[in-house]
Design a protein around this ligand. Structure first.
Ligand SMILES: NC(=O)c1ccc[n+]([C@@H]2O[C@H](COP(=O)([O-])OP(=O)(O)OC[C@H]3O[C@@H](n4cnc5c(N)ncnc54)[C@H](O)[C@@H]3O)[C@@H](O)[C@H]2O)c1
Ligand SMILES: [Zn+2]
Length: 364
């Protein structure tokens, strides 16, 4: 097992990365948390796969866990679910001494973190991410929240976890498509911050979570590297105010618009981000001097994980432009867009125009 010491402002927490960690959750938490009552929040898939093991470990260590389950999928990430979860916690006697464990992918991490942020004005949150995307991205940084009718993540809070436990064994049951989408965020991290990791990921493209010990170790070290990259960027700009954290949005401006244009059905988040990265590369060639061969290398790497870099012919492209977060007043004007001029670094540019974005979407 390895661990990463994450710091963000006054907050500090460990991320444990290893194999077989679920069985030891209770023991680890006993050293860190005073409360006895806790809610283990999972979705309909992760409950049947992992909740029993976690509950048993907690009970053995002297905790009194209650299990709360919500339907799997993005549609559950709502304020209504948050209210229903809080009501169940209150009914079961949880109070301000209690804590919350999120056992699932990014949806569970975001909603359980938001519950922890507001229940009795804030109680500790423990993340046990079960998707690759959640391990390398959503469990780090403290952003929690839910979607509303008008858009994604519109309600939320910054509430850092007290501990994150990444047990790579859980990835064995993750469907291939879900596993691959995690690589969109990994490739994003490599492009914006780590040229060496970019080369390592190229070598890791056949990686699966199998029984092989060497593959498990390679995956653990890749997860660790990504946590270090994201947490370092977050530490510089915890509340997303100075622009430094904004580079994590590389590929996300167009990516989010594609997700929305596809009604969150057509593409998984990582797949939409892959398309967004392809668009951001085209814009970076024009506005930041990214060499064409580097764009080709990035697109090639995305494809090695079966990630899309072109839209299907029948996709409603015009909807993408309408779903961009920019106001009409930017039409013809300048906006802030994350670009890369060489693999391993990224910056915010105000040279990008709406026409550049339109052109890049047309090329997808
Ligand atoms: N807070 C942040 O900083 C941040 C960053 C990136 C993404 N996000 C959010 O994360 C969410 C996407 O996360 P996700 O891709 O993990 O989605 P998810 O939580 O919906 O998980 C994807 C699917 O995999 C299933 N699953 C999870 N773990 C499994 C396992 N080990 N074996 C088998 N099936 C498993 C889930 O039940 C679900 O059906 C989005 O809501 C996004 O907004 C948040
Ligand atoms: Zn993302």
């Amino acid at each position: 097992m390895t661990s990463v010491d994450v710091r963000a402002g006054p907050h500090r927490y460990d991320v444990l990365i290893g194999s077989g960690l679920l069985a030891g959750v209770g023991k680890v938490l006993k050293k860190q948390l005073g409360g006895v009552h806790c809610a283990v929040i999972s979705d309909s898939n992760t409950r049947s796969l992992f909740a029993h093991r976690v509950k048993q470990s907690l009970t053995t260590a002297g905790f009194q866990p209650m299990l709360i389950t919500i339907p799997a999928g993005e549609k559950s990430k709502t304020f209504e679910q948050v209210g229903a979860i809080c009501d169940q916690m209150t009914a079961d006697g949880l109070d301000r001494q209690s804590f919350v464990i999120g056992l699932g992918g990014g949806v569970i991490g975001d909603i359980s973190g938001f519950v922890a942020a507001i229940f009795h004005r804030g109680i500790p949150h423990v993340q046990i991410p079960t998707t690759l995307l959640a391990m390398v991205d959503s469990s780090i940084g403290g952003k929690t929240g839910v979607n509303t009718r008008d858009g994604k993540n519109l309600l939320g809070a910054v509430h850092h976890p007290s501990l994150v436990i990444d047990d790579v064994d859980v990835l064995k049951t993750l469907p291939r498509r879900e596993f691959n989408q995690g690589f969109a965020e990994i490739i994003k991290h490599a492009v914006i911050a780590d040229v060496k990791m970019f080369e390592d990921v190229a070598r890791a493209s056949g990686l699966r979570v199998s029984e092989g010990a060497s593959e498990t170790l390679a995956l653990q070290s890749l997860i660790r590297r990504n946590i270090e990259i994201k947490s370092k960027i977050v530490a510089k700009d915890e509340h997303d105010r100075t622009g430094e954290r904004a580079i994590l949005n590389f590929g996300h401006t167009v990516g989010h618009a594609i997700e929305r244009a596809g009604d969150y059905q057509e593409f998984l988040h990582g797949e939409a981000v892959s398309l967004g990265i392809a668009a951001a590369c085209a814009i970076s060639i024009k506005r930041a001097g990214l060499p064409c061969d580097q764009r080709d290398a990035i697109v090639d790497l995305l494809r090695r994980f079966d990630l899309p870099t072109h839209l299907p012919a029948n996709f409603p492209r015009e909807k993408i432009f309408g779903a961009l977060p920019y106001d009409k007043k930017f039409e013809g004007g300048k906006i802030q867009f994350v670009v890369t001029s060489t693999i391993g670094s990224a910056h915010l540019s105000s040279d990008v125009t709406m026409e550049d974005i339109r052109e890049a979407i047309d090329q997808l």
